[in-house]
Write a protein that binds this ligand. Sequence first.
Ligand code: ADP
Ligand code: MG
Length: 572
Amino acid sequence: MLKQSSDLREKLHSIDRKGYSAYKSLHGSYAWGQYTLHVDHVQSDPFAPPSRMRVRVDQKLAGLPVELYANKTRKVAVEDFLTRQFASAIGQKAGNKKGSGKSGVFDIDRCGQEILERTAMVVNEDYVEARFVIGLPAKGRTVMAKEAASMFFDVLPQVVNMSLMYQNLDVQRLKKHVEIAEDQDFMRLELAKRGLETFIGNGAILPRESGICDRPLKDEKVVPFRSPQELEVSFKLPNSGTVTGMGITSGVTLIVGGGYHGKSTLLRAIERGVYNHIPGDGREMVVTNEGAVKIRAEDGRSVTKVDISAFISELPYEQDTSVFSSDNASGSTSQAANIVEALEVGSDLLLLDEDTSATNFMIRDGRMQLLVAKENEPITPFIDRVCELSDRFGVSTILVVGGSGDYFEVADRVIMMHKYSPRDVTTEAKGIAESHQSERTAEVKCQLTAVRKRAPKPQSFKLDPKGKVKAKGLNNIIFGRVDIDLTQVEQLVDSSQTNAIAEILRYCAIQYVDGERQISEIIDKVLDDINTKELDVISPFRGQHPGDIALPRKHEIAAAFNRFRKLRIVQV
Ligand code: ADP
Ligand code: MG
């Protein structure tokens, strides 16, 4: 029979001032009037990660109208909203931490500017469930029962009441949250139908508060986005009427303009447009083809058997670049590998910024071609591949270049940023390209061929019996003893996504890595499992408490595979 909250009170009373391990006896489920509390995992000491718990409220009591979670997009958005509410209620009701270590910590997964599918909250026809952590209070290493009781009997019921009961929510804000997510998904689907790669709505606020803060820049000098007339397109949205803004069609698009005029800011907004954003973010009406991948130079990364011969061939001393491996790739080889790997998992939109590209990978000008003969230059620069990618493989590129007019020739469209506002300067740029002949000649030695698929070998992922797989913040995963560095994977946005990728690597290694399946197939299989079951499926805490996982994209999962320094590959 289900225990009662009074049982928990008695238990707490009986373990007061005992050794910390006495808390273990709290494990179990308790009926709590309006909800059920599940104590899934009790921490072993005050300094260990805090204890994992869930609260489940019957939907009859929570009372969320079914239309709020009637489809996947809505469900994700409603769960996102409730998670934020829960966090904010904790902020208001949970006082200062008292006691040693993690005593008094009360937390739920923190959401950023994106609306992501998360395991922290579940909303369905039967119930609403929040998964959170509590640091059970201790003085030194002894139980502080009174403080613990206060968390369970004073704070938690208020938090639940404020955040999981429909009648206590700001219903208008919730509705807007859900509808705006639905509008963004709608536009993203619509892009493909109209041959567009990205859309930036008029009035969007693109600059961010700072390099380390993703909130919108609030400043009287902020220039809201305004599309040039020539590039204007409109969408009739399911919920928010008609929106107008700049559409960038498939093909090769350049973003040019003087330094500090907002080029990189525009590109970054486009990069993030693969995710839905919350109301008030400024980028709610910025959406991009889901398959967009930011490509940059990443010297120092490891590369395992990638065929980069389309970009780099005939390295000194006959290193074979069709199975290129390196523990310490250069700027250009890493950028080439990043492209090939993106194509390998099906990206059809590449985003490049000159600020983070290897110059010699992007261009070789006429004079340099005269001095260093093609025979002595291993690199086929991107400028000589970009049209082929678009024409023969349907892979579009959006490229920030302030420095090289040679790109005018290969561009379908040229957008100039001037004082943070875009202009369509395609005609002028094409005119200049015609009247001022470029000094350079195209240097393609061979046709671009389809990307060769690679299958990871199972032995790559063998763990010692004590081996751990764990994310460390946004940018690192420890797999056994190997650190996977994701610092330069710019479209990874949330540390809970990194948690997910760590779990996915472990999950794949057990389930799907067999030496024959390719990286792309393996990831599809996991994403399939997640889709047909739930996001919990990748977690060892499945069904109990995987409270800190957010869904990553296929591309960021692949990025982790590809940066794993123990990866062993069969090229197929
Ligand atoms: P570029 O890549 O052209 O050199 P950036 O995109 O890096 O320029 O922008 C330069 C600075 O201008 C940044 O500090 C950025 O936050 C700011 N900025 C960008 N767009 C806007 C805007 N629309 N309104 C106000 N400031 C902006
Ligand atoms: Mg820049």
